[in-house]
Design a binder for this molecule. Structure first.
Ligand code: ZN
Length: 314
């Protein structure tokens, strides 16, 4: 994963030894380290996270903040996006229609992920962290911080130094409360088999299909969390507008997650690789049933099913 310009220990090269090609992030325009990576560039931006970009990729100004949001989100989930002309619009789309209420919730969720419990602090920097809320810039993000502070959902550390923010008990109550009926628009929870021989290929194809429909897929095993996995799974299913459940491998967890989602009234798109359909323990006439033969087939059929069964309901 690391570009060859990095040393084997994974430490960043010193600027004296390997001068960066330039010091401007091609997405947000801020200070960044840009290193050659084959024909492409590998960028390390404190705001956008780490990502790769092809030489011909130009980021339209009007969606630059949404591309930052996509690369930063991927980085925070341990993934590295490759920006190219063909995928810029799709990557930006889920971050362009975020409502103000959702942005406020994203700020709270980000702070919660960094502080873990009330009374612990984290230094939120508007100029660095605005993409986590799909905000346009530091100023917009600062407005949300000010509002959340005024509403006593977050508070600043009493110390003089840069000790940061914490969520108040009210703030925790807000983010741990039952999400609104119907889940958050644009979010999709994916339940599937996590085995090495299955997951990477499935994930890649399903991720592309979901994002092509302007939804944001949530992959639970790629999110660093200090919470118990089960609590987080249930919370994320509640937050999701719909669920994609793939039954290849016959995992009990997938049956459970799909059933839980159905119980909450969330639409579930039921998927299975063709060679496993015979063994399924459910009626295959469900909404959005997708039997696929390979990754390309899954990519096409899942996107079609989301468009037909989810988008048309909205
Ligand atoms: Zn950047």
């Amino acid at each position: 994963m690391l570009p060859s310009a990095w040393n084997s220990s994974g430490e960043e090269p010193l600027s004296e030894t390997i001068p960066p090609e330039n010091t401007r992030c091609p997405v947000c325009g801020g200070s960044a380290t840009v290193l050659p990576s084959g024909f492409n560039s590998f960028c390390k931006c404190p705001t956008c996270g780490h990502f790769r970009i092809t030489p011909t990729t130009k980021i339209p100004t009007e969606i630059a903040h949404a591309v930052s949001a996509a690369t930063r989100e991927a980085h925070d989930q341990g993934r590295t996006l490759n920006l190219e002309p063909a995928n810029i619009t799709d990557l930006a789309a889920p971050h362009l229609r975020t409502t103000v209420a959702e942005k406020l919730d994203k700020v709270l969720a980000y702070l919660a992920s960094k502080t873990v419990y009330p009374g612990s602090y984290y230094v939120v920097k508007a100029g660095r962290d605005y993409p986590v809320a799909d905000a346009h810039d530091a100023e917009e993000f600062g407005v949300y911080l000010g509002y959340l502070d005024a509403e006593k959902l977050i508070s600043e550390a009493p110390a003089i130094d840069d000790a940061g923010h914490t969520l108040t008990v009210r703030g925790w109550e807000r983010i741990q409360a039952q999400p609104r009926p119907g889940g958050e628009p644009g979010r999709c929870f994916v339940a599937c088999w996590l085995a090495d021989e299955f997951y990477p290929e499935f994930r890649n194809a399903a991720d592309q299909a979901i994002r092509a429909c302007s939804y944001l897929p949530f992959w639970i095993n790629e999110t660093r969390t200090n919470e118990g996995i089960s609590d987080r799974v249930l919370a994320e299913i509640r937050r999701a507008e719909f669920v994609v459940a793939d039954f290849t491998g016959q995992r009990q967890s997938v049956y459970f997650e799909a059933g839980f989602a159905r119980g909450l009234g969330r639409p579930v798109i039921w998927c299975c690789r063709q060679d496993g359909v015979q063994g399924l323990h459910f009626d295959t006439r469900h909404l959005g049933h997708v039997a696929w033969k390979d990754a390309v087939d899954l990519r096409v059929k899942l996107e079609a099913s989301i468009r037909a069964n989810i988008i048309t309901r909205a």
